[in-house]
Design a protein around this ligand. Sequence first.
Ligand SMILES: Nc1ncnc2c1ncn2[C@@H]1O[C@H](COP(=O)(O)OP(=O)(O)OP(=O)(O)O)[C@@H](O)[C@H]1O
Length: 537
Amino acid sequence: MSAQMTGLAGDKASGEAESQGQAGSTIPVTCHGVIGKLAISADLGVAFGLVEENGEQGGALRACCGQAPVPFEIRQEELIGGSMEGACDFRVWYCRPDCRVAGKPIRRLRKSARMSCATEEAAAQAVQLLRDAALPKKKCVQRRLLVILNPCSGRGRARKAFSKHVRPILEAAGFHLDFRETKGPGHATEIVKDAHLETVDAVVAVGGDGTIFEILQGYFNGADWEQRVKTPFCLVPSGSGNALAANCGLWTLETAAYAICKGRTRPLDIFSVVQPPSQRYFAFLSIYYGMMANLDHGTDHLRWMGSCRFTLGAIHEILQQRKYAATVAYLPAASRHFACEDVPHKTLGEKGCGHTEADAPSMNHQSHNGKEQSQDAPIACPDSDQKTTPGSCSSAGPPLPLLRALGPRDALKLGSIAEVHPGWQVLTPQETSFFAAVNLPMLDFHSRTGPEADFDSGCLDIVYVPEIANRRQGLEWLGLLGKGQHLERSITHLRKARAMIIEPHSTGTYLVVDGEAIPYKRVYLEVHPSLCNAIVA
Ligand SMILES: Nc1ncnc2c1ncn2[C@@H]1O[C@H](COP(=O)(O)OP(=O)(O)OP(=O)(O)O)[C@@H](O)[C@H]1O
């Protein structure tokens, strides 16, 4: 901490903050009976310095933490804010990194230091200065959050966990919380539909990916969806899988709370999931059937196990050695993002992708929020209308130019789609032991299913295994999946797609989008690059 911040020889008695110009303010305080000054700066953070009996600065900068003053400073990036504690007492809140193991996300531990001022006004002023210094002003302009808590997510401990680990941090940062609890499935969508998202800095889900999925549906309500998607969302991990939190580096409740306070965001692709005649969902994570669907949706009754239910479900599926059939057609991401040669693991029997961007139908790229395609504005399609094109089934949300270019849905033959629509390909074989199309690398904290997927890649990564030879190979493959090393095995195939159609054929499985089962019938998907913003660590 610089000497500039520690200008400590001020007026002890007044209890007023002294302005230090650009550097910040200093406030006379006591900490465990030791007289000192608290220097607060939006650039440098916080420093508590001792004042010796003659009123001069007491040697090296020291601050108070615990029972005795110890050398101490809080950098601005660690500072969260402050809270009042009794009449003249207040607490400085900050989050310290817990571990910095290479390649691992940084976890943060919540910490605080208690101090006193001469008057209640001075303490309140210190709290306000701490909050102002901690928050990135351009990002958290309103200091309001819409918090949606699903009390039934994960093992049902979200409420307690939020009160204990998250609320104190958000309140110390000075956020006003518009706090809502869901009353049942679909309620989170209704809450967001009715909310004025422009009045909050972020929508915070306290639950799992299903809660985020429901929230996302609420974003696309009404004609002003383009404005609404600008409000970032965040998952405070309290569910079973918590994939969004895992991908955003929010590995603990405190880390998530800290990230909300700092307001760092990343653009995130969203994909439309259309089931004619009239259903359209918006998804952020994945679509799968077969093994993945069964180990996720099929283990819902084991919710009490937490994320262990997925491991158990996966082992059960591997031991069963089942294969699942579906016709999958896709439009490869042969564009600025990915040259075809960049994509390893070509499938036997599949045509090489010698297409160019010009080959694919309606290749005009979407800009953020799909503004470039305003001429493709979606058409509302009544349930009875069987002639609508696949991409036209929505009353709100971005246009679907790639699906729309396919023409009337009832004329679309998936098996021969490539002959009629250059650029499209059909995945072979139809039967696979494993199939998942993912928008983000991690499907929970323990599996990197799509290690090459990225937030704003503009495509879905289709990861599939035509055949797992035996149980031993299956269990070994599962182990590699956890580390994201399964792509190194020749049995694993990867395709990158900007649009996709899946027609499932097998019985005994589900079609699962972002962990939620949807009707088991043909589904059309299209990626909307960088449409939303997620809060990241
Ligand atoms: N009050 C409620 N009572 C019962 N179910 C609810 C309630 N609120 C939401 N739900 C439902 O709970 C389900 C599970 O929620 P969520 O996905 O957040 O947790 P999870 O399944 O444990 O986590 P993950 O999806 O990350 O594995 C959702 O399908 C949602 O519709």
